[in-house]
Structure formats: C-alpha cells, structure tokens
Design a protein around this ligand. Structure first.
Ligand SMILES: [Zn+2]
Length: 265
C-alpha cells in the first residue's frame, strides 16, 4: 500500500511537471513553468518589500537609487527586454557589506550598495543589471519553483517508499533522495547563471555598453568571494572564474567580426 501511494505521488508530480512544458519566447529554450507572466509579476511585487528588508531596505541616497534605475531602464528600453510584458524596477539596497544582486520573478531587480561600490564603470553596472534581466526573461525563478515542486513530490514519495517506522535506519534512503533533489536544483541553477551571463552580453551590447565589462564584474565577484562578504554570493552564483571563459565565448558568438566602435565602457 505504502509503495502504491509513493508511486502515485511520484507519477502525479512527474505528469504535472512534464505537462507544463513550453517554449520561452525570449530565449527560445523549452522549459517547465506552471505560472503565468501575470502571476510572476504579482509574486515578485509581493516578495520585494520582504526581500529588500533583508538587505537593510532601500538605500537612503535618492540620487544613487535613481541612477541605478535609469541605467536599468536604458537596458530595458533599448533591447528586446522592453518588448516583454515584464514590469522592470531596479532597486539599490542599503546593505554595504553584502556583495550581491538578484532578481525576483516578473522584473523586480536589486543590487546591494556593497556590490555597487566595487564596480568601476557604468558598463559594469549595466552588466550586473543585464544579468538580472536575464534571470527575469529566462523565467528562471518560475522554472526553479516548478522544479522544487517536482523534487518535493519525488523525494516525498521516496521517503514514503523507503521509510520504515520499525527500522529508523531506513531513513537514510529519504535523506539520500533529498540530497539528490538538491543537487538537481544546483546543477540547473548553474545553467541559469550561464544563460543569464550570455543574455547580459547581448543586452548590454544592444544598449550600447561594452559587453567586455562583464569580465570586470566577474573579477570583482571573484575578489569579493575571497573576503568576508563572499559566502552570500557563492550561494547564489557559481564560481566567477569559470564564467569568464563562457562570457568571452558569448562575446565572440554575438560579435564574430569584432565589437562595434563607440560602446560605453
Ligand atoms: Zn545570477
């Protein structure tokens, strides 16, 4: 009986996941999402205040906040990101210690003061914001949410299948299943980061910024991860060193005959 329940839960999770497969209009990738764009926007707006308060709230410098938003909006306006139904807002957070940037589904994008002050050019800031726009148009949060649901369904089922109350040692089966679920998410997260890097190269270039600034951003992140403010970023972003090669390849692919003149650095 226990076994049948486990199979049923796993089957329902899998069918739900696979039925919600669709092509992302922006990236052309097939992906699993079970939310509408409207739901993504609503979820992002709902989560934004809570997220901001975790990083000391909005930065008190109104001018600096406006500058960050202006560069973000330039990226949206002058690229295909502006043709999507997403509502983009770019927020500067007060947190000086944490080096991070992130995007909520639907277009709420954040950068900490700790990361901003380490950047040395407008194009680098555009690179960071472009990367976060990439997460939004790539619908990575929605994808992760769908995946988490599947993982929960599968590991829940595995726990039921392997857990024997008369023999608590069998619990390790459930633990192993949970670990597998986590590893699965991590690998996908990494692909999402690399896709966002590629999108950042495209978006910054389209908006007239030098996409090579992204390489500078990676160096900043690399440096930061060696210091006290590192762990936070390491959790959400893969090793910057490996990303530089991918970014260089993306620039090569976008501009096979070289970069145009007059880009903002
Ligand atoms: Zn990212």
């Amino acid at each position: 009986m226990k076994f049948i329940v486990a199979i049923l839960i796993a089957a329902v999770s899998l069918v739900t996941y696979w039925c919600n497969r669709q092509e992302n209009e922006f990236t052309g990738q097939m992906q699993h999402v079970d939310m509408t764009v409207e739901q993504e926007i609503a979820l992002g707006l709902q989560t934004a205040p809570q997220m901001a308060s975790q990083y000391g709230g909005m930065h008190p410098d109104e001018q600096a906040r406006a500058q960050v938003n202006a560069i973000g909006q330039r990226l949206v306006r002058s690229t295909r990101a502006g043709e999507t139904p997403y509502q983009f807002d770019f927020h500067l957070l007060a947190d000086e210690k944490t080096v991070n940037a992130f995007a909520l589904p639907g277009g709420q994008i954040f950068i900490t003061a700790g990361l901003l002050r380490r950047l040395s050019s407008e194009a680098q800031l555009a690179g960071v914001l472009g990367h976060e726009i990439g997460h939004v148009v790539g619908r990575h949060s929605a994808q992760q949410l769908a995946k988490a649901k599947l993982t929960q369904g599968l590991t829940g089922a595995a726990a039921i299948a392997t857990y024997d109350p008369e023999n608590p040692a069998s619990r390790t089966g459930a633990v192993a299943a949970a670990m597998i679920g986590k590893l699965m998410n991590m690998r996908y997260g990494r692909e999402d980061e690399l896709e966002s890097d590629r999108l950042a190269v495209r978006l910054t270039g389209e908006a007239g910024y030098d996409p090579r600034a992204m390489i500078g951003v990676m160096r900043v992140l690399e440096e930061a991860s060696g210091g006290a403010s590192g762990p936070e970023f390491a959790q959400t972003h893969p090793n910057p060193g490996n990303r530089i090669a991918e970014i260089e390849r993306a620039i090569q692919e976008e501009y096979p005959s070289g970069l145009p003149a007059g880009l903002v650095e």
